[in-house]
Design a binder for this molecule. Structure first.
Ligand SMILES: *Cc1c(COP(=O)(O)O)cnc(C)c1O
Length: 469
């Protein structure tokens, strides 16, 4: 198994290499040369596997060069009931016959991003020890990515983390989850600017190849293939949980921003998992909904602030991986399209031959408004006695619009309501439940450094800081 770049101008690389590297040198995204296939027999054998064992079966296909013992140990350690609150790790909660919620938020920061990050942190530490080197992570977050990454990387050998967040724009709970960490290898930087500004700073510093090399810079954003590969696992787990026979089709509704989570569903489907529909749910930032409805991909200049803030994105970086498959893995055509995207600010795939059979990939989509979100939170509470968070509500709202008789629908829960109290109060008139262990989180001492929206200042701070990997 080796990995190639979607832009076709980087040498093929191993899993270990691309896990630490993030973006390919030609600015493309790494993908496996071919998706490993899983047949009905193998799928049947997986029915009774616990989560970590299932993760091992799937990830060994993506990372065959990792010694089986090490991989198994990493996964056992990452996917434990101690960290994820249940033996099932990602339990399926049935709301009604044929309608299920896949619970992905039992991890340390109460969002699905823990599932990939807890594995990534352990994988990084293992690879770095093996290679005798260090890594400095520079990331930008609007909330969930930063806290999941910090909780997974805190105290790990050879790793330093510099996390940029927009000053004053996260929920008090999200802020406390990050800023209350006092580990020496974690540096929280509150930028005077928006999330887009934070992302632009990361881009600017990563584009400085001298600096990148000197700092041994790495990334944990969702373009990292190792993260995506770990997310493939819970699509298999959920399919196994809601079906009883071979080949039974299941649809998934996925709250989407950067197209990371649902891209993992696309990969699972390409591996042979019987997925009927992958339903992409956006909020008012509907770049992806527009794309799947019309074939036009029009990244916006800024994202709108909404009540499902972790989906407030203006462009969907992982979409490049899907478009690569859509154009028949023709890197030349992808390069032409992305050059046009850079010069004209948009591309229209409905004018390309490949769009004619785009339907074979099974995507459907829809967008929600603030009112849809509130109504869905209320309805799910009244009918099923369950509190769902605003992002999950976007998924349920759009999912139900595409539900088909006889096809089980699995809606992905991406965070717990406790992270987004203000919107929950607006929807239900009271505070949401808070899991044990999180009482008083907001009153813990917080540590962060204010930073101007200035790449040079950030560079200076990082060069002088003892936390670099
Ligand atoms: C990150 C996030 C999303 C969006 O996921 P993508 O992989 O970027 O599509 C949705 N909901 C929550 C709660 C998130 O944290």
């Amino acid at each position: 198994m080796d990995y190639i770049s979607t832009r076709g101008r980087s040498p093929a690389a191993s899993f270990s290499h691309i896990a630490l590297d993030g973006l390919a040198p030609d600015a493309g995204l790494y993908v496996p040369r071919a998706y490993p296939q899983v047949g009905a027999d193998e799928l049947r054998r997986w029915r009774r596997l616990p989560y970590a064992a299932l993760a091992f079966e799937i990830l060994r296909k993506f990372a065959p060069e990792l010694p089986a013992d090490s991989l198994k140990a990493l996964l056992q350690d990452a996917y434990s009931a101690r960290l994820f609150g249940s033996e099932e790790i990602t339990p399926v909660h049935t709301l009604a016959p044929g309608l299920h919620l896949l619970r992905l938020s039992g991890g340390p920061t109460l969002a699905f991003k823990d599932l990939a990050m807890q594995w990534l942190g352990r994988l990084f530490e293992h690879l770095l020890a093996q290679e005798g080197r260090t890594l400095t992570i520079l990331g930008a977050t609007s909330g969930d990515t930063g806290s999941a990454a910090e909780h997974a990387l805190r105290g790990r050998r050879g790793l330093g983390v510099f996390m940029l967040s927009p000053h004053g724009r996260m929920s008090p709970f999200q802020r406390a989850q990050m800023y209350s960490l006092h580990d020496d290898n974690i540096v929280n930087l509150a930028v005077d600017g928006s999330f887009d500004d934070c992302q632009a700073l990361v881009k600017a510093l990563s584009a400085d190849l001298g600096f990148k090399k000197r700092m041994r810079l790495g990334a944990v954003n969702s373009i990292n293939w190792a993260r995506l590969a770990a997310q493939v696992v819970y699509y298999f787990k959920a399919w196994l949980a809601v079906t009883t026979r071979d080949g039974e089709p299941v649809s998934f509704a996925v709250p989407s921003g950067n197209f990371g989570n649902v891209c993992a569903g696309h990969v699972a489907r390409c591996m042979g998992l019987p997925i009927r529909r992958l339903i992409v749910a956006t909020n008012e930032n509907d770049v992806l909904d527009e794309f799947f409805r019309t074939g036009r991909y029009r990244p916006r200049t800024t994202a709108r602030e909404t009540s499902s803030p972790s989906m407030d994105i203006s462009r969907a970086s992982n979409l490049e991986r899907f478009v690569f498959d859509l154009v028949g893995r023709d890197a030349e055509q992808l390069r032409v399209l992305w050059a046009r995207l850079a010069s004209e600010g948009e591309i229209d795939l409905s004018r390309e031959a490949c769009w004619a059979d785009a339907a074979r990939f099974g995507f459907a989509s829809g967008a929600s408004t603030h009112a849809d979100r509130l109504r869905t939170i209320r309805t799910v509470w009244q009918r099923h006695g369950l509190e769902i968070d605003p992002h999950t509500a976007d998924g349920v709202h759009v999912g139900l619009r595409h539900q088909e008789p006889g096809v089980p629908l699995v809606c992905l829960e991406t965070a717990l309501p406790a992270k987004f109290e203000a919107t929950m109060v607006e929807a239900l008139g009271r505070l949401p439940a808070r899991p044990a262990g999180f009482d008083g989180l907001e009153s813990l001492p917080q540590r962060f450094t204010r930073l101007a929206n200035d790449a040079k200042a950030l560079q200076r701070l990082m060069l002088d800081h003892p936390a670099q990997g």
